[in-house]
Write a protein that binds this ligand. Structure first.
Ligand code: MD3
Ligand code: FE
Length: 213
């Protein structure tokens, strides 16, 4: 049934060892999460980072929490200040933290204490090429991702760049917990198709909660 009010019950889809999709898990909080994102971005604007190789990323990013992820001449790193304005990242909103901890718990990861939340914004055509997330100190800690706004095709690969990839659609409110062996799988996002989302307009947003140190 068409879910205009976001009150359809979420459901669980196991994806791979250590990886679980909590479909629509964050739907009821979608508007509140987007409002918090707007507040964060008003102080720490979304920016298109320049990769160490000199390319401008098509995805725009900002962060909240004790640490934020960014790139610079030294490569990718976590930093306690935003290089755009030299100020500390805003605190993680209570609703963000609670959602991330509850989702981790539901996937079997107790005691997840994220200290970083990377916020990605995709505009039509924006993509994220296959990569691994391994800048965090303790790779036994999971990553929790929350998708909002326009849907995107997600690529879930293996442990080497050349391994085959599985494709799946991530939609508004979908939460995924990536832990165990899945923590080091290659993954990416195919170019976003243009559209208009009732709450997010022409964008897709993705929150990733991490324990960076
Ligand atoms: C699988 N973000 O920020 S979220 C990233 O939709 C990132 O913006 C994508 O990859 C996005 O690093 C994908 C899903 C995701 C996040 C982290 C993972 C999948 C993951 C870490 C390990 C394995
Ligand atoms: Fe990633």
């Amino acid at each position: 049934m068409l879910d205009l009010f976001g009150d359809e019950a979420p459901w669980v889809e196991p994806l791979a060892e250590g990886a679980v999709i909590l479909r629509r898990r964050a739907r009821q909080q979608g508007a509140a999460l987007l409002a918090s994102i707007a507040q964060i971005a008003a102080q720490h604007p979304f920016q298109h980072l320049i990769t160490p190789g000199g390319y401008r990323m098509s995805v725009a990013m900002t962060n909240c929490g004790d640490l934020g992820w960014s790139s610079g001449r030294r490569g990718y790193h976590y930093s306690d200040v935003d290089s755009f304005n030299g100020r500390r990242w805003p605190a993680m909103p209570q609703g963000f933290l609670l959602l991330a901890q509850q989702a981790a718990q539901e996937a079997g990861f107790t005691d997840f204490q994220p200290d970083a939340c990377l916020i990605n914004r995709y505009e039509p055509g924006a993509r994220l090429s296959l990569h691994q997330d391994k800048d965090e100190k303790d790779l036994r800690q999971p990553i929790v991702s929350v998708s909002l706004g326009l849907p995107a095709q997600f690529q879930f690969g293996g442990f080497a760049r050349g391994d085959g990839v599985q494709r799946l659609l991530l939609e508004h409110g979908d939460v995924v917990v990536w832990g165990g062996p899945s923590r080091l799988r290659f993954h990416g996002i195919l170019p976003l198709k243009p559209g208009e989302h009732p709450l997010a307009g022409p964008y897709r947003y993705n929150l990733t909660f991490r324990r960076a140190r």
